[in-house]
Design a protein. Structure first.
Length: 105
């Protein structure tokens, strides 16, 4: 393989020193996008086509695992967003500016 684009999609490939250098030169540190484990030279990986993008996956992870991780990431981001809104004095579902409540004595 002379280029990263020549790597067949959804087929297991061994990470060679040449591929490692090509990925790093392209700005990609060889890491599984699902479990986030670094891939070492000699490890098996595949470039899975997930939602029109190629995603690097180790031999242990599947595209279904990656989709589940993305769903969990989105869920956790929504929770963090709601918590931040509560901390700022806004309800999780409201948008706009909140005003302090007038205290009636």
């Amino acid at each position: 393989m002379s280029e990263i684009d020549d790597i067949p999609a959804d087929e297991e490939v061994v990470l060679t020193a040449t591929l490692d250098r090509m990925f790093k030169a392209a700005g990609c540190d060889p890491t599984c996008h699902c479990c986030e484990n670094a891939l070492d030279i000699g490890d098996t990986f595949k470039l899975a086509c997930v939602d029109v993008d190629d995603q690097m996956l180790c031999a242990n992870c599947t595209t279904e695992d990656l989709r589940e991780k993305w769903k969990e990431d989105e869920r956790m981001a929504a929770i963090r967003h709601a918590e931040n809104r509560l901390r700022m004095g806004r309800s999780p579902g409201s948008y706009g500016f909140s005003r302090p409540h007038k205290v009636i004595e």
